[in-house]
Design a protein around this ligand. Structure first.
Ligand code: SAH
Ligand code: F3S
Length: 469
């Protein structure tokens, strides 16, 4: 079973050695679109390319290789990629004239879903690589260097990319992402993810724990476990049994030096009793949960092929809050799903009012080719979608501001993650995922410190180091 993987590794390390000598000190710029899983994948692509001599740069104009790590979830997200590729065509041509060639790659879900379309609409793209195949980037670059075949690799391979990714992780900010589960079997009628990311798979717990330890050794104090459907995690456990997410989190809570654990994104119907209980029992598990509901109308939820109705969602939230009374909730909403009536939309507003969200993402429904909802009757006109979105966002924003304001006067533990825009300012995260700005010594970066919250602003908090008047 393992020999093809070993062969691949040998081939890669051989390619890597050759390519490394050629590509020493080249610059890599990755532009990331979409979800946290893409952020994780971008980091891992940088890890894969580091042995070839690629170092990261924030400046696209300095790069020898630019990779767009793309999102396909809504039409707008995909179209953004094509307009960026159009812009980069001129840059690439200018660079070729100047004798400093620029390589262009497209990764992520647009690459997966429409690789051929990318090559047709943007023939100047050198590499197209799917979310399951980016561990083979060195091989593609090698093929390109030899001009031996097109640089396209978007299939779902039998070998797991995780077995081929380097062990060392790079942590810049005290907080890191760790993908534990990929793919989705839920087939919500509006969503492309089951087609672009494939069926649900979970990584073995031993791999997750090893990566977590390596992240902590590299400075991570907080880890967010990622999966398209993270709470349906069912990986091989260290005891030979299948572990669910609650069991995995309990094992991670034993990792020395790991102060905070989060997970995202969760499917409401998969919130098990054990996972709900974990929120009350595991102090490292942060009191914040992103739990997409999509709509407050039972008819719309049914047409969306969600496996919960509005009351199920209310009950799940009730149980979570019983386990962890200060749990803050975030969610995703779609307005203007086909057939959504005024009454359906009013039900969504009602649910939001009842639950109270501290943060949320809300979108106009976007018809995606190949998904069942794109064929449904009752498509809602765009101006009506826009009107509903504005109303929903007004309510959600008001809830977010109210929550932020209510934090004023409290002392919250904040993980300081990065320098702020102003000199001497650091930015961190509260347990509830709010950004917190504070004047503090840069030496505190990467640590969790108690801060007195002075002010709650619409999108952030202003904190003060304790003991400073
Ligand atoms: N579990 C996933 C959710 C996938 S997509 C995750 O990893 O986060 C994120 C959100 O995009 C969804 O919850 C949904 O609200 C929104 N979305 C997905 N498809 C959409 C579509 N066709 N139109 C509008 N919004 C969509
Ligand atoms: Fe998409 Fe529904 Fe899965 S939103 S990711 S099909 S849970």
């Amino acid at each position: 079973m393992r020999s093809p993987r070993r062969r691949l590794r040998r081939r890669l390390s051989c390619c890597s050695a050759e390519a490394a000598s050629r590509a020493l000190s080249k610059k890599l710029h990755i532009k990331t679109y979409g979800c946290q899983m893409n952020v994780y994948d971008s980091g891992r692509m940088a890890d894969v390319l580091a042995p070839l001599g690629y170092t990261g740069t924030d400046e696209a104009r300095d790069a020898d290789l630019i990779i767009l790590n793309t999102c396909h979830i809504r039409e707008k997200a995909a179209e953004k990629v094509y307009s960026e590729l159009g812009r980069l065509r001129a840059v690439k041509e200018a660079r070729a004239r100047a004798g400093r060639p620029l390589l262009l790659g497209v990764a992520g879900c647009v690459a997966q879903a429409e690789g051929d379309e990318v090559r047709r609409r943007a023939p100047h793209v050198d590499l197209v690589v799917g979310p399951q195949t980016y561990h083979r980037l060195p091989e593609l670059l090698e093929r390109l260097a030899r001009r031996a075949g097109a640089g396209v690799l978007v299939d779902f391979p039998a070998d797991s990319k995780f077995d081929s990714l380097p062990d060392n992780r790079h942590v810049t900010a005290g907080a890191a992402f760790l993908t534990v589960q990929e793919g989705c079997d839920k087939f919500c009628s509006f969503c492309v993810v089951p087609y672009t990311r494939g069926a649900e798979t979970s990584r073995p717990a031993s791999d997750v724990l090893a990566e977590a330890r390596s992240l902590v050794a590299a400075g991570a104090r907080e880890i967010t476990l990622l999966g398209q459907n993270v709470n349906s995690y069912h990986g091989e456990g260290n005891d030979g049994r299948t572990w669910d997410l609650a069991r995995l989190i309990a094992a991670l809570a034993e990792v020395d030096g790991l102060a905070r654990i989060r997970y995202t994104t969760s499917y409401p119907a998969d919130m098990s009793d054990e996972l709900i209980r974990a929120h009350g029992e595991i102090p490292q598990l942060m009191p914040f949960l992103h739990l997409p509901v999509q709509s407050g109308s039972d008819a719309v939820l049914k047409a969306m092929n969600r496996r919960h109705n509005a009351d199920d969602y209310r009950r799940i939230v009730g149980r979570l809050r019983a386990a962890r009374p200060d749990l803050a909730l975030s969610s995703d909403f779609i307005v203007g799903f086909p057939g959504e009536s005024e009454a359906d939309f009013a039900a969504t507003l009602r649910l939001v009012e009842e639950i109270g969200f501290v943060q949320a993402y809300s979108f106009k429904y976007s018809a995606r080719p190949g998904t069942p909802a794109a064929q449904m009757d009752g498509q809602v006109p765009d101006p009506l979608k826009a009107e509903r979105l504005a109303l929903l966002q007004e309510l959600l924003n008001a809830q977010q501001i109210a929550f932020n304001r209510a934090c004023a006067g409290r002392v919250l533990p904040v993980l300081l993650e990065r320098q702020g825009r102003r000199c001497g300012q650091l930015v961190g995260r509260s347990p509830y995922m709010q950004a917190v700005h504070v004047e503090a010594d840069g030496a505190l970066l990467g640590s969790v410190v108690p801060l007195r919250i002075r002010e709650g602003l619409p999108n952030s908090l202003r904190g003060e180091a304790m003991g400073v008047s």
